[in-house]
Design a protein around this ligand. Structure first.
Ligand code: GTP
Ligand code: ZN
Length: 212
């Protein structure tokens, strides 16, 4: 069910203290869906909304499906993306940089949206990764309740592990709807986070090339 790559990434995240705080409750996806649907029926009803209204009737079902299969699907390592890792026969030794990767995640404090973009770069050693797999790894970790700092680090460490090199860099710029739509209600601020490994951390020129 869980690929070897996913197992290794999980082990490294746990060892580095970067895993999302999780407690195994032994429930299958189907059991989680059923339980959340029943609990959301309570929530929606408690808010005073009429669940017999045809627009609202399916809302507990929609929320349960969305949590388990969509916005929190990345809690399940069985959904870790299939990797395309290729031997670096062409001896690429310059930076590979992917910009403007969509990041849609969910703030773990309020369960509202984090909406932004990521930039990911690495300098290949023995291994090259299929480009779309970078986007898929970003999406996998984004589909969890998150804080932006941890999301940035998880993507970094997953790629370092899969590519077998420290020379990886990740930055994310995002709007937090818990800051925009509630609480302090700031309409414009963005949060930038960066996680740098290997030469991206130690060499000012490489860092500048990534950040530029
Ligand atoms: N570091 C960090 N903080 C975050 C992130 N997302 C949300 N937060 C913050 O988490 C904090 C939670 O603070 P609390 O005081 O417990 O929650 P609150 O009463 O809802 O706070 P306000 O948002 O200020 O109304 C808030 O300051 C949020 O802005 C994130 O990705 N990283
Ligand atoms: Zn929040």
């Amino acid at each position: 069910m869980i690929s070897n790559e996913a197992k290794i990434v999980r082990e490294v995240l746990i060892a580095r203290g970067l895993e999302t705080p999780l407690l195994e409750n032994g429930m299958s996806s189907e059991q989680k869906y059923e339980r959340i649907k029943s609990l959301m029926t309570e929530v929606v009803g408690t808010l005073g909304l009429d669940l017999s209204d045809d627009s609202l009737a399916e809302t507990p079902h929609r929320i349960a499906k969305m949590y388990v299969n969509e916005i929190f699907a990345g809690l399940d390592y069985a959904r870790f993306p299939k990797m395309a890792l290729i031997e670096n026969k062409m001896q690429v030794e310059e930076m590979v940089k992917v910009r403007d990767i969509s990041v849609v995640s969910t703030c773990e404090h309020h369960f509202v949206t984090i909406d932004g973009v990521a930039k990911v770069a690495y300098i290949p050693d023995q291994t090259i990764i299929g480009l779309s797999k970078i986007n898929r790894i970003v999406r996998f970790f984004a589909q969890r309740p998150q804080v932006q700092e941890r999301l940035t680090q998880q993507i970094l460490v997953a790629l370092q592990t899969l590519l077998e090199t420290d020379n990886v860099a990740v930055s994310i710029s995002a709007v937090h709807y818990c800051v925009k739509s509630r609480g302090v209600m700031d309409a414009n601020s963005q949060t930038e986070t960066t996680a740098l490994g290997g030469i991206f951390k130690s060499n000012a020129r490489t860092r500048a090339e990534f950040l530029g």
